[in-house]
Design a protein around this ligand. Structure first.
Ligand SMILES: Nc1ncnc2c1ncn2[C@@H]1O[C@H](COP(=O)(O)OP(=O)(O)OP(=O)(O)O)[C@@H](O)[C@H]1O
Ligand SMILES: [Zn+2]
Length: 654
């Protein structure tokens, strides 16, 4: 609202300036000016000898030789010409045409109209840009995009790995195909479905598939399209959308990111947000207003069902929830099959194996994996996608694109090699730690090196022991650096590790009830801002007194100190393996689980698969494999894949 006030003020100033200019324009020379009535009187008295008419100004000379000028008022004077002729005044130039009262009014109000028009224009501009999507410039028109039924090619066959969600929604298809039949049978159909689940799990895809199966039109809009700067715009968009939908019924309305409008009205946001609230109210009114039998089904998607206003979830609104979760190993295999159907594949491609190695991947990640593999194949001029490219694509998604153009000097490389080897050895030896999948000192994304852990199965929770193991392995990198350079030689590269270790330790104490001293209480709450709406992010609710705060700090420090000590002890005990691993990393740059196991068993590590020695003849003579990554430099930045699974990356100095 502040912005609006500023705008109005700005326009008032502009209006004032314009008016002044306009006035000045009317009163150019002040020298011999007389008023118009004076002029008329002088004409009648016969004192004027000559007039020159130039548009709205009249100048001339009197009988006595004096010059004069005057401004003709907007209303033209029909009698003037007669007077001039009667008195034998010489007239040069022409009088302006006689104008109707309406034209005169228009001329008089022109500046005001101009200002108004400019003002409206800017208002619309701002609205168009408000949603960030540059939609049509219109007031309150719905931004919903309509996909007519004959353009929806998505069917249930395209959605894999979420069978429960599919089952839950199958009856909607029957209903949409023949709403009247359902009505006759007295079937009760929900008006609103809420699809909950993490990003990229196929919520949009499933909603579209329902429309595709039922062969009905599909309206899609994002919750953030409703959130506008001007009060009332969002609400009228909602109204407009429902009006359109009624014309196309039976149909589906899909609202993505419903949390952008549907956030709990009572929560946060510094005293509420009128516009959002009005929009939400309008949505509730519309949901109540249509009968389920009209054949409109509203499907909303969110990954934060917990922040939604309870009013949205009441019976008759979004009273049915469908959960679309991350796929399990079987689901991943099916999703991979769906997407592999679209690319030409070699016989060796085993979707099952890839599914096993990708816990935590969403449907969108898997679709991306297949796509990346196809790109790798195309770059190396292959006609078929094979396992090798799928593995490369998986690494790219897990660890970020390699930055082959980034040059590290030998000393930096050695430091990184020790750092990553430190992470790896601790991760390998600690109990209940995810196995190490790959270690690399090729810079990827923002990281100088990466140690990648990957759970063997889908994991849904971690034990206290597992968490402590994670904290230990996170410090492994820094401790290894300390061992070779001494405390003064430790680099800044471990800042991300430290941050993550601290955060795990703190959560153990304040959220997961894993401190004996403090017991199973929640002392801190997540911030609820989720990220869709800009708000006071990072604000956490604390439920503890200053005294407890001190105990919390002490407990967190205690966990970290213990883990640091454990990790230091383990690394010192395995000093020779640390050296061998760092050396292997210097030679091969990337080693995987097989080499790591060999080193940890005290053997000499073999060359990684696909590695060809640039200096000597290759260790495994026989078949000649092309170097992995026929693709040249790949400098995609910020592809920091975080949290897909335990990853200890080392950001370039901070
Ligand atoms: N279960 C699935 N089966 C097949 N493909 C999937 C599946 N889930 C996701 N995908 C692929 O990922 C893409 C993105 O998925 P979609 O947009 O439906 O996810 P979403 O859950 O709506 O994500 P968001 O919450 O980010 O909007 C789809 O177009 C599809 O290619
Ligand atoms: Zn690290």
């Amino acid at each position: 609202m502040n912005d609006m006030l500023k705008n109005i003020l700005l326009w008032l100033v502009i209006a004032a300036v314009l008016l002044t200019v306009f006035n000045n324009f009317n009163t150019t020379s002040e020298t011999n000016r007389i008023s118009y009535s004076e002029f008329v009187k002088e004409v009648q008295d016969g004192r004027i000898a000559k007039v020159i008419v130039d548009g709205y100004t009249i100048s001339g000379t009197r009988s006595n030789g004096d010059s004069f000028d005057t401004v003709r008022p907007a209303a033209s004077d029909p009698k003037l010409m007669d007077d001039l002729l009667n008195k034998n005044v010489v007239v040069e130039g022409r009088m302006p045409e006689q104008q109707s009262i309406w034209t005169q009014l228009l001329v008089a109000s022109f500046p005001i109209l101009l200002i108004l028009a400019i003002f409206m224009f800017f208002m619309r501009q701002m609205q168009g840009g408000g949603g960030g999507k540059g939609g049509p410039m219109s007031f309150g028109k719905s931004k919903a995009r309509l996909l007519p039924e004959d353009q929806i090619k998505t069917t249930f066959a395209d959605v894999a790995g979420c069978d429960e969600a599919k089952e839950d929604t199958e009856e909607l298809v029957d209903f949409l195909r023949e709403p009247s039949k359902f009505q006759r049978l007295g079937g009760k159909i929900p008006r609103g479905i809420l699809m909950c689940g993490p990003p990229g799990t196929g919520k949009t895809l499933l909603a579209k598939a329902i429309a595709g199966e039922a062969k009905v039109p599909f309206f899609t809009i994002s919750g953030s399209d409703f959130v506008e700067m001007f009060v009332g715009v969002g609400a009228s968009r909602v109204r407009d959308m429902f009006e359109q939908a009624k014309k196309h019924a039976p149909c589906i309305i899909f609202i993505d990111e419903i949390d952008a409008v549907g956030r709990n009205r009572g929560s946060g946001m510094g005293g509420g947000n009128d516009e959002r609230e009005q929009t939400l109210n309008q949505l509730l009114v519309e949901m109540d207003g249509f009968e389920g039998n009209e054949g409109i089904i509203v499907i909303a998607a969110t990954n934060r069902p917990d922040v939604l206003d309870p009013a949205l979830l009441r019976p008759g609104r979004f009273d049915r929830q469908v959960t679309v979760g991350l796929p399990d190993i079987r689901g991943r295999e099916q999703i991979l099959k769906v997407h592999l159907r679209k690319v030409p594949c070699d016989d060796d491609v085993e979707p099952k194996n890839i599914a096993r190695g990708t816990p935590g991947f969403s449907g969108a990640d898997l679709a991306n994996l297949v796509n990346e593999a196809a790109l790798f194949a195309a770059r190396s001029n292959r006609r078929l996608v094979n396992m090798e490219q799928l593995e490369l694509a998986k690494d790219k998604i897990l660890m970020g694109a390699e930055r082959k153009t980034m040059v590290m000097n030998n000393e930096e490389k050695l430091n990184t090699a020790y750092h990553e080897a430190g992470h790896t050895i601790i991760g390998y030896l600690m109990p209940e730690h995810d196995p190490v999948y790959k270690v690399s000192i090729i810079p990827r994304g923002r990281a100088l090196g990466v140690t990648m852990y990957l759970p063997e199965d889908d994991k849904y929770s971690v034990s206290k022991r597992g968490l402590e193991s994670q904290v230990c392995s996170l410090y492994g990198g820094r401790i290894a650096e300390e061992m070779i350079h001494g405390f003064d030689g430790v680099s800044t590269g471990a800042s991300n590790d430290i941050e993550r270790a601290t955060s795990i330790a703190r959560n153990m104490v304040t959220k997961w009830g894993l401190s004996e001293k403090l017991g199973p209480f929640a002392y801190e709450e997540d911030d609820n801002s989720g990220g869709y709406i800009s708000g006071p992010t990072g604000s956490k609710a604390n439920y503890f007194s200053p005294e407890t705060g001190k105990v919390i700090d002490a407990e967190v420090q205690d966990i970290i100190n213990r883990c640091y000590e454990t990790a230091t002890r383990i690394l010192h005990e395995n000093r020779s393996k640390l050296d061998v691993m760092a050396e292997a990393l210097m030679q091969y740059e990337t080693i995987d689980a097989k080499q790591i196991k060999e080193i940890m068993d005290g053997k000499k590590p073999s060359a990684p698969e696909g590695w060809s020695d640039p200096s000597a003849d290759s260790p495994d003579s026989g078949e000649e494999k092309p170097a992995p990554e026929a693709a040249t430099e790949e400098t995609v930045d910020a592809s920091d894949v975080d949290g897909v699974s335990g990853e200890a990356s080392r950001p370039a100095g901070e």
